[in-house]
Design a protein around this ligand. Structure first.
Ligand SMILES: NC(=O)c1ccc[n+]([C@@H]2O[C@H](COP(=O)([O-])OP(=O)(O)OC[C@H]3O[C@@H](n4cnc5c(N)ncnc54)[C@H](OP(=O)(O)O)[C@@H]3O)[C@@H](O)[C@H]2O)c1
Length: 281
């Protein structure tokens, strides 16, 4: 039987949000390097379709792809889902928390429910997943936890008052956990993807204020595969802050210094939209 010598051969990666976009692209990339994969999301049909795609990337007939339908905002449900993944594919070496939502809009018009739901999925959904895999990683004395934040987790952006804080919270969690878990042999990474062409971005664009569109238009939009490559490289090299591309790299390293300059530039863009609107009315 062909035995793969690939980097992730025989490893088990649990990926929340692995049925779509960045999570699915990372799953395919890890499958290409020999990993067994458990993907967790809510929609069963999307999970099944993703399984077909991820399976096509496998390099060894012995690899396994498992799908589990669960809502990451339900701590107990998610714990049971991860226990099922462990029972079927063994102790996970890698956890990637990619399940996320983004609902942009004007603060005054966003309902409280949107703020609470965004925090529940993006922040607590990631935290619950870590809680569920951690005992296994601690027992093994090794593991890698990869949290997916955003460029909006480095700088608060116009129109992202629900989303940005949830991604800032993940940064705080990753930075707090890094040192604590390092001593137990567990590596933590945090990813700051740029705008990426996924179903989430399509959905976001439906409610994005014009001002937000103007601000984000200046940045390059990546493919999910490009972001996944950067993430997998970051996992291999055990990098703490994975910032794909030069724009995210600069933002990640220099955001505190750059914020006044960026705010000045963004305010100009916002006022241009205001002037255009007042001419039209
Ligand atoms: N796309 C971008 O431009 C961009 C930029 C920066 C950061 N990010 C971050 O990258 C991550 C992945 O985003 P994406 O663009 O790949 O989005 P996507 O294509 O919409 O995928 C989101 C995934 O999360 C799952 N999900 C959503 N809510 C869930 C819940 N309550 N419980 C379980 N699973 C849930 C979805 O499946 P179900 O709906 O079936 O549950 C899907 O598998 C997110 O955290 C996002 O914030 C994205």
């Amino acid at each position: 039987m062909f035995k793969s010598l690939e980097k992730f051969s025989g490893q088990h990666a649990v990926i929340t949000g692995g049925s779509s976009g960045i999570g699915k692209a990372v799953a395919k990339s890890l499958a290409q390097q020999g990993a067994n994969i458990s993907i967790i999301a809510r929609d069963g049909a999307k999970l099944e379709a993703a399984k077909q795609e991820i399976s096509a990337s496998m390099i060894d007939a012995q690899q396994k792809i498992l799908t589990i339908s669960a809502d990451v905002t339900q701590a107990k449900t998610l714990e049971l889902a991860i226990q099922k993944a462990i029972a079927e594919l063994g102790r996970p070496q890698i956890l990637i928390t990619s399940a996320g939502i983004a609902i942009p809009g004007y603060f005054a018009e966003l309902s409280l429910e949107i703020f609470e739901k965004t925090m529940a999925v993006n922040y607590f959904g990631s935290l619950y997943a870590i809680k569920a895999v951690l005992p296994e990683m601690l027992a093994a004395g090794r593991g890698q936890i990869v949290l997916i934040s955003s460029g909006a987790g480095l700088i608060g952006l116009y129109g992202y008052s629900a989303y940005s804080p949830s991604k800032f919270a993940l940064r705080g969690l990753a930075e707090s956990l890094r040192g604590e878990l390092k001593t137990k042999g567990i590596k933590v990474s945090i990813v700051y993807p740029p705008d990426t062409d996924t179903p989430q971005l399509v959905q976001e664009n439906k409610t994005k204020p014009l001002e937000t569109k103007k601000i984000t238009a200046s940045a390059e939009t990546w493919t999910a595969e490009g972001v996944a490559q950067a993430i997998v490289r970051g996992i291999e090299q055990k990098i703490f802050a994975i910032a794909p591309g030069w724009e995210m790299n600069i933002l990640h390293r220099w955001h505190s210094l750059l914020t006044p300059l960026l705010n000045w530039y963004f305010d100009r863009l916002v006022s241009q939209v205001g002037q255009k609107n007042s001419k039209l009315s």
